[in-house]
Design a protein around this ligand. Structure first.
Ligand SMILES: [Zn+2]
Length: 309
């Protein structure tokens, strides 16, 4: 019987399951999180177990499960504290219940951390000793890996790097500070900058791709991307000065548009030679599977540590 590990990425809208055999994905299933989370805690955990069992190839044995979840995750208690966007799986002993039901150890972590771990092990990070990952989505997620080990705050929390204050007078952020990085450099911020320059008929989901198409012929739109690159660089510059990463991986739905604002981003990051930090910026390469794959790889690493030598 070959050992396999399961990985689960619990998102606010969709949740992805993967089964990994020797570090590579051999099967995948995607759920709508509301359907996966229907009913009581016992029904939810039974659905998780059944999905994992369905994904196991013949002649394999499950040796571990990794879970990545959106929102604050207490790794010590295995509880997710995210009633706003993950109500079905919050405030319940999630890791403990899955462990008891499936009979194998479960590791649980924040989705930004597991996605960064996947990019480090199998994606654009290339096992760089000091890797910073910045995810540009609804907000800005930040994870730093030192030789593959995540930098953590108290109780395993990951740093909320999206809330570095970078511009006075930009308005109050929901975190309580004024002018946070994610207010100026998230996907939502870019959409808000572009919106006045595009037809009201274009939905938010298609706004950035339409703007990208027009940027070369429309100076006002090109200036939006330029300004976005500057704001992105303001926060990244602070992180670079502190962490001095070898490689910075840019993920999230804005990452593919990096060429449109790369020059302005690089200008904002450039310092005098004595203060220069690596500006090796790479676009994340694993896409939507990075969370579930990273969770599975973390579970695989934990299983290898437990295995008798
Ligand atoms: Zn904030």
């Amino acid at each position: 019987m070959r050992p396999v590990v399961g990985g689960i990425d619990l998102g606010g809208t969709g949740s992805r399951f993967v089964m990994c055999d020797a570090g590579a994905i051999c099967a995948t299933q995607v759920w709508t999180t509301a359907e996966l989370g229907a009913g009581d805690n016992i029904a939810r955990v039974a659905r998780i177990e059944a999905t994992l069992r369905d994904l196991m190839p013949p002649d394999t044995v499950l040796v571990g499960i990794g879970i990545g979840a959106t929102g604050p995750v207490d790794r010590a208690t295995g509880v997710v504290h995210n009633p706003d966007t993950l109500p079905w799986f919050s405030e319940m002993p999630l890791a403990g219940m899955v462990e008891a039901r499936c009979g194998v150890p479960v590791v649980i972590d924040n989705d930004a951390v597991v996605a960064a771990f996947a990019e480090y092990e199998a994606g654009a990070g290339g096992r760089s000793d000091r890797m910073l990952m910045v995810t540009l989505g609804t907000g800005i997620g930040v994870a730093l890996l030192e030789q593959g080990r995540p930098f953590r705050g108290p109780r395993g929390a990951h740093p909320e790097g999206g809330h570095i204050p970078i511009l006075e007078g930009a308005g109050r952020c929901y975190c309580g500070a004024d002018g946070c990085w994610e207010q100026l450099a998230s996907r939502q911020a870019l959409q808000a900058m572009l919106r006045p320059h595009l037809s009201a008929e274009i939905p938010d989901a298609g706004l950035i791709s339409e703007a990208a198409r027009l940027a070369e012929s429309n100076p006002a739109i090109a200036r939006c991307f330029s300004r976005y690159g500057y704001f992105l660089g303001r926060g990244l510059s602070a992180l670079h000065a502190l962490y001095m990463p070898e490689v910075t991986v840019i993920g999230g739905s804005v990452a593919p548009y990096l060429p449109l604002f790369f020059d302005d981003l690089r200008d904002a990051l450039t310092r005098a030679p004595g203060f220069a930090v690596s500006v090796d910026l790479r676009v994340a390469s694993l896409g939507d599977t990075s969370g579930a794959l990273g969770a599975a790889l973390m579970a695989g690493e934990a299983a290898a540590r437990r295995a008798p030598r």
